[in-house]
Design a protein around this ligand. Sequence first.
Ligand SMILES: [Zn+2]
Length: 379
Amino acid sequence: MGIYEFCFPTTIRFGAGSRHEIADALKAAGVQRPLLVTDRGVVSLAFFEEMLHSFKSAGLQAASFSDLEGNPVQSHVTAGVSVFQAHEADAIAAVGGGAAMDVGKAIALMAHHPGNLFDYEDGKPDARPVDQPIPYLVAVPTTAGTGSEVGRSSVISDDDTHAKKIIFSPHILPKTVFADPELLLGLPPKITAATGMDALTHCVEAYLAKGYQPMCDGIALEGVRLVAKSLATSVHNGTDLNARSDMLAAAMMGAVAFQKGLGVTHSCAHALSTVYDVHHGLANALMIPYAMQFNLAAVPEKLAMLAAVVGVEPTGDRFIDWLETLKAEVGIPKTLSQIGVAEHKVDELVAVAYADGCHPLNPRACSAADIRSIYLAAL
Ligand SMILES: [Zn+2]
């Protein structure tokens, strides 16, 4: 059967108001000069101002870097490292959605490591070793989607080619996550829907991924149940703290579970982001029913189990119907053409998706022709 590695993450302080613990936690860790890494949207929110104020009151010399927009690219990281060094920072608090998390982790890596960020790309034959100190790193998620706050990787794109590169190291796992659902209460419905569908896709693909990982399977199934219970409420009643809590937990559960692997939905989604700059969560949401239709022949029992977990008749077909219904309920378009994807771009999408590292763990092996048929079904 082989030997598998099970690795469960970091300390999570979960609950409304946990953000008020951050300043004291940093002080207790001996931090004096934290750099807050966030995006342009978050930096203007009241809670961020309060956070800076609480850092000051605790005697911390804080600076912030918020020059982030859209999918994270290498130049964001380079700019952030300059701010880190100019401030002589000794810690990083990554505050925001997946982009802030990933850039915060990458700045932490590059703060004291030589060379270029992509010299550390996972799986690169001549990758440089991660052997220098990493600044103390904490994470404060403000979306419920990627779950990057509990992950050991950072996904950063090349500025020019938009190709996504994965930097993986256990050392860039945040030391503590402050998961405060109050920070999600103002998240707009569109972002809530897209990020929530990413969390769902992580749970579903992790559960279906090849390999023996029963602990992850259990976490993934409960994550799917929480999404079924609370995503639509989070979208339509954004101030529902219980629904926001469920989704914040589900996002972290998805990210914990996908250490097992992901699948062809993510490969197709990555290509949509590379070729069309589609939001990652939206791209997954668009693709997942079509990818599951492809998987149905290989793993009917597992898809039936997912159907049971979301509360519909336990068959794979009903699970796929449920995905379509949920998409419609949270305002996600049904097809790729609705977001402007053109058939003449399918060849390019297939090439990028086939080269992607996620589909080799998909429960049904995917040829380039299979991926093409999934895209054509989704058009
Ligand atoms: Zn994802």
